[in-house]
Design a protein around this ligand. Sequence first.
Ligand code: ATP
Ligand code: MG
Length: 199
Amino acid sequence: MTDTKNQRYIERQQKVKQRVDDKIAAAQEERGLLLVITGNGKGKSTAGFGIITRATGHDQKCAVAQFIKGTWDNGEKNLLEKSGVEFHVMATGFTWETQNKETDTAAAQSVWQECKRMLCDESIDVILLDELTYMTNYGYIELDEVITALNNRPKEQSVVITGRAAHRSLVELADTVSEVKNMKHAFESGIKARKGIDW
Ligand code: ATP
Ligand code: MG
C-alpha cells in the first residue's frame, strides 16, 4: 500500500470506529430483551439453546418450554437439566403426526400455563419458548394472551421465541429479530436427521 492509500485507510477505519463507539455510548438502556428467531432455515432452536447455554454459563436462571418435539430424545434437555434449567415439553410429539386439535390444544395449554407462571417469575433471567410460533398460528394458544404475558413480564427478564412464520405482532414487539434463511438442507439430498445435529 502507498502512504496516501494507507493514510486514507486509517482515516476510514477511524471514522468507522467513531461511529461504533458513538452507538455503544448511546445504548444506555438496561432491560430484558425479547428475541424472535424465525425463518425456514435450520438453526432457530439451536440458536435459542445457545442463548440458554450462554446465560446458564453466567449462573443465570433459565427455563425452556418446547412446543413440538415431545416424543423425540432431546440432547439439550439431557445436558441443561443437569445445570438446573427448568424444562416443560409438550407431550404429544409432532402435530402433523397426531392431527387431533383437541388433544394438541390441551397439550399446548398445559405447557402454556407453566409459561405464564414463568413469565411472572422475577427470579428467571431467560426463557426459551421453542416453536411457540406454531401454537399461536394453529390457534392452540391465543396470540393476545401471549402478547399480554410478554408485555407484563419482569423488566429484567429476557425471552427467546423460535419457530417458522412468526406472527407480525410478535415481530413488532420483539427487540431483536433474526430470520434464518434456508440455502440448502441435507434432508433435501435424502440424508436422515442425525442425533447430535438435528436433535
Ligand atoms: P434446529 O433445531 O436444528 O436448530 P430449527 O429449529 O431451525 O432447527 P425446525 O423448523 O424447528 O428448525 O425443524 C426442526 C427439524 O427440522 C431439525 O431436525 C432440522 O434439521 C429440520 N429442518 C430445519 N430446517 C429444515 C429445512 N429447511 N429442510 C428440512 N429440514 C429442516
Ligand atoms: Mg426448531
